[in-house]
Design a protein around this ligand. Structure first.
Ligand code: 5AD
Length: 451
């Protein structure tokens, strides 16, 4: 989501004649887009901003802006720590950044002393419609991000997002589909639909038709776009996985065999304390329904360890759930108290050492599981969408339908194409292989998984 927001701001600035430079040391204006989900993210951004501000000593015109969630969360209070910051722009005001920058620079050029920073963290009706495509010409990436909604109306006890991102607001379906069509016309082959809680998309704006939720209606329309190969989405909420969405995976071929399904905890007691409206049995039922629709389905998740009140037994429940689901990948977070959230003042805060240890243990478990699942794919032929050069620039990378990063030798003309890759080697997170000879039958991951 943050990447998408940053891209949108960059595109708006480019349209105004700003140039994006590859090296941050060479810029006149630097905008830091920030995250508030955990305190560590905020501290990192504050540290980075402090370091950058030292540049004003030898580059007095240098402009530093702080955008996004931390700007929203802390507002003008940031100036206590970072008095020389020029812009503090919240999550509903990304589209105002170019105007604010222009004003700031015009004032400076006219010699008008600009004292205080510009701070704008107001809510703005309709701001969800401003994070849309702003680019002209070919898209640079095979996979394009499309924002479908802003904000979140859930009240998970740990989470600051409803505060930083505001109420749930969806973009009109027709606008989203038009944007996807335009991206595909310009070369995108995969679309990632983005929102804080995508499964709730449009629930107050569109009717369910024949028990099909607006989110699934949107998936159907995007699936129908010619030339588009794949659709992904993040993040959904387990609550949104009713029969219509499992059925969409059975019906819509452009949905891959991968779902990111944030579980947060495997303990019913902790899920309740977190105010997550499902238990482990319901979660496992959802996993089973998706594997019934697509036997090769790969899952990833988000897990918080050390939520207030989490005992060793609760933590063991989480480990057990991970074994049962058999995840491909998980983001594990040590619980971080966020001021203003209910969990921050709950009893039974878990000491840092315990959170650290649970984090380590769970990561070990998950690593072993990921490696086993990767290695089960060795010897199979996977359909890979070629994204571009890999990190070394020597080979190419793409993703399987199950969202596994895959590295292989290819040619630039294959970028954006679906190719069969025979997997010869696997690490925890990456598959390695070579292009399979033309005509080699694609073997779905199903065969490997059922071994
Ligand atoms: N502490 C730790 N992790 C958190 N997350 C959200 N809030 C917190 C918090 N206070 C995690 C959740 C969420 C992911 C984006 O960040 O797992 O799904």
């Amino acid at each position: 989501m943050n990447e998408r927001d940053s891209d949108a701001v960059a595109a708006m600035l480019r349209a105004r004649g700003y140039r994006i430079v590859p090296d941050e040391d060479d810029c006149d204006v630097l905008l830091l887009n920030t995250c508030s989900v955990r305190d560590a993210a905020e501290q990192k951004a504050i540290g980075k901003a402090g370091y950058l501000l030292a540049r004003k000593k030898h580059q007095p015109d240098f402009v530093l802006g702080i955008l996004g969630c931390m700007a929203q969360n802390r507002g003008a209070e940031l100036l206590d720590r970072l008095p020389d910051v020029d812009l503090i722009i919240g999550t509903q005001k990304f589209h105002r950044v170019p105007d604010y920058l222009d004003n700031l620079r015009a004032a400076r050029e006219a010699g008008i002393p600009v004292g205080a920073a510009i701070v704008d963290t107001e809510a703005e009706a309709g701001s969800q419609n401003t994070i849309r495509d702003h680019l002209e010409g070919p898209v640079e990436k095979v996979c394009a991000f499309v924002s479908i909604q802003q904000g979140c109306n859930m009240d998970c006890a740990f989470c600051i997002v409803p505060t930083t991102r505001g109420d749930e607001r969806s973009r009109p379906m027709a606008d989203i589909v038009r944007e996807c069509e335009a991206l595909v016309a310009r070369g995108a082959r995969e679309i990632m639909l983005l929102g804080q809680i995508v499964t709730s998309y449009g629930r107050r704006d569109y009717a369910h038709t024949g028990n099909v939720t607006p989110f699934v209606q949107l998936l159907e329309q995007v699936n129908a776009i010619p030339g588009l190969e794949r659709i992904r989405f993040t993040s959904p909420h387990p609550r949104g996985f009713r029969a219509d969405l499992a059925d969409a995976f059975a019906r819509l071929p452009k949905l891959g065999e991968h779902v990111h399904l944030p579980v947060q905890s495997g303990s019913d007691r902790i899920l309740k304390a977190m105010r997550r409206p499902y238990g482990r049995d319901r979660y496992l039922e959802i996993v089973a329904s998706l594997r019934a629709a697509r036997p090769a389905m790969a899952f990833s998740t988000d897990i918080i360890v050390g939520f207030p009140g989490e005992t060793d037994a609760d933590f063991e429940e989480t480990r057990r759930l991970c074994r049962e689901v058999d995840y491909d990948m998980a983001y594990v977070f040590k619980y971080s108290g966020r001021t203003g959230t209910p969990a921050a003042t709950m009893e039974g805060q878990v000491p840092e050492e315990v959170r650290e240890e649970r984090n380590r243990v769970l990561l070990e478990d998950l690593k072993a599981g990921s490696l086993r699942r990767s290695q089960a794919l060795v010897g199979t032929v996977q359909e890979v969408l070629v994204e571009g050069p890999d990190k070394t620039g020597l080979r190419f990378m793409g993703r399987t339908r199950g969202n596994r990063a895959t590295v292989f030798e290819a040619a630039p003309r294959l970028v954006g194409r679906l190719v069969p890759v025979e997997v010869t080697r696997a690490s925890v997170s990456t598959l390695y292989g070579h292009l399979a000879p033309a005509g080699a039958g694609l073997q779905s991951a199903e065969a490997a998984v059922s071994l």
